[in-house]
Write a protein that binds this ligand. Sequence first.
Ligand code: ARG
Ligand code: ZN
Length: 854
Amino acid sequence: MADTAVYLKDYQPFPYCVDQVELTFRLQPEATRVMARLHLHANPARPGVNDLRLDGEELRLLSVTIGGRAIAATPDARGLTIAAADLPEGPFVLETEVEIAPARNTALEGLYMSNGMYCTQCEAEGFRKITYYPDRPDVMARFRVRIEGDLPVLLSNGNPLGAGPGWAEWDDPWPKPAYLFALVAGHLIAHSDQITTRSGRQVALNIWVRPGDEDRCAWGMESLKRSMRWDEEVYGREYDLDVFNIVAVDDFNMGAMENKGLNIFNSKCVLATPETMTDDEFARIESIVAHEYFHNWTGNRITCRDWFQLCLKEGLTVFRDQQFSGDLRGHAVKRIEDVLALRARQFREDQGPLAHPVRPDSFVEINNFYTATVYEKGAEIIGMLKRLVGEDGYRRALDLYFDRHDGQAATIEDWLAVFQDATGRDLTQFSRWYFEAGTPRVQVAEDWQPDLAGGTFTLTLRQDNPPTPGQPDKGAKVIPVAVGLLNPNGDEVLGTTILELTEAEQSFRFEGLGARPVASVLRGFSAPVVLDHPVSPETRAFLLAHDTDPFNRWEAGRSLAKEVLAEMVVTGAAVSRPWLDGVARLATDDTLDPAFRALALRLPSEDDLAATLAAAGHVPDPAAIHAARRRMGDALAAALGAELAALRAAMTVSGPFSAEAGPAGRRALANACLALQTRLDGGEAARAAFAAATNMTDRLAALVALIDIGAGAEALAAFEAEWKADRLVMDKWFMVQVVHAPPAELAATVEQLTARADFNMDNPNRFRAVFGAVSANHAGFHHADGAAYRLLADWLLRLDGRNPQTAARMSTAFETWRRYDAGRQALIRAELSRMAATPGLSRDLSEMTARMLG
Ligand code: ARG
Ligand code: ZN
């Protein structure tokens, strides 16, 4: 690797403090001028004689002055050093002027243009592409910004100071790191509202969009208001500026960004109408709006000392948005969805060559560490902490965190210290969760002694912490294992109890039970581990029917489905009766939440099954997995038969559209049934449903059901005719064709879609719609001819020259390569090596390929 790594152990405070920054922007697409005035003084935390090193990349430096005197300073490719000898004693003012070209910025980092509007993305290290600055999160300063440009709307962070034709000024009273800076300028319209915080502050709320999108903002605004209320009620956190702005932009590398007072969103993550977005997308928008808003306290008021601490803000903010969504939409279903996502993305990462600790100790390109591990496993760790210290302890620890660290750039050590100080609990061993990578495996063994102490049941738990890159040996972790016991009638004889596993192996005894109980282990998914609890299919079916913990009830069906599927793949067995009967009974049980029943009908993914087989020592065969999963779906359809139509009819939603959990759950169950029905009726019901649909959820579900049986052509054409002018909707049209292409046709489908005039590789949403979907089509991606591997590598290389961040992120499609057979491994290794050897490869993609090649 040509680029050098940065190490946590090398951290030192920056030798200078920035008290105040004044920025002036003179906007021009090809030549924007940025004038910066930095008010600096020596940092007492770093005594001695120190040069002043400013970060800066792709800037044309026009002048540097100190105290009004010109300085001769020659920048290098990554910044500018001003010798200590040139710096006065005491506070001083440094002024620079640079020129940048937002119109030519295809990396979408720094200041760039998207559909004629100017916008910024500075996290993690994009501010250095705007001006020379100590671009690190522990340098916090007050920003004052003047924007000059011939555009009606000119926005930055904080409160508006003044505006006139062609200019606007903004002042942010809260010191912040440069990564939270934002600027937006364009022909925008606001969807406006307002809220009064609980201490009486009036806050103007705006969602800024391009003309034509005004009617797509209502849901985002509703989500914002709910988030603001929730954070006041649950965490006691209030908003702290007079205005909160959200802007929707079409070209964006990630989901959204929490810039102080000026959140910038991928338009896909904020704009919604019933006709254009699905229920899942509505729910996702609600949670992302909340996530970005919650960052105002967990991220902005308290930020990270350095980028190794990223999980300090991201893990906590994900945890908070998950709590929020659970409160609004139901905790059982939310937990199942979160665990599905955790296993699909984080377990996959943690069990492959890209595994890294939630707090990494080195990186080459920080953008490569905005991962499922940092975000989702980071959130799981907080869930465990909360379980261990209880509701009250958690609340006290969080209050202390906000009290003690407001206005600071903090570390994971600071975070753990507030829990220790607030609850008295020693977290030394627990802290391993932050520093050690890998998914622990927990084995469960049961023992029953009917004659001992009135019937004694013993659970023996054993933990294994497998090696990961750079971490061969690991100690035992603190693992909270939530357990309940049921008697043979299905009544609970022991309510949910937390067993704390802290050693490699421990036994827990339960006495006086009379009859042998059925154990429900790891309730609510109380720790992010792989559970290995060998029980009979009958016991799983029993738990599927009776478990009082909704997560584990669902999990019983899921484990059973995986075991049955694995069996089908390996031995060619038929679909098992206990699973079919159990799932069918649950799906038709009217006493249960429809959303929960829909989840029970969902089959494990092919990727999940490949991982399961690999973990059990098999070499997964993607074609066999695909075939078995289809057989399983067919068998489920046959088992439910005529009930499918009845169930769908019973789930009809009447009245005006609502994206709330209730009606969305009914649609989810109806559409799960439609997919199965389509396996039986040749597409008759799906064609009717497609024609009759009045919202995108129903329309897309019908379309996918038809594509899945090879009968999608007509519906695809109709969909395209209706939506060809709508980028966000057309992304779905691209995506479903790739995800659901027959495996042997995947490469050809992709070639045909990328040849279209409306395939624009500079739009990350469109690129992801196609190439993110390539690896989501497991059997197609891993087709033995290797065509899809080659195609993806070709396009990643092409994208890398224009947008390295997105190219690197999407290269994770290859991270599971060592699971597969020698032939596929050779094909993928060849593609990874080809990418790695490409001259001029970005730092981003070269780090990723090197790590994957190991
Ligand atoms: N902080 C943002 C969020 O979690 C994500 C920004 C990530 N940006 C990046 N370049 N990796 O909401
Ligand atoms: Zn975040």
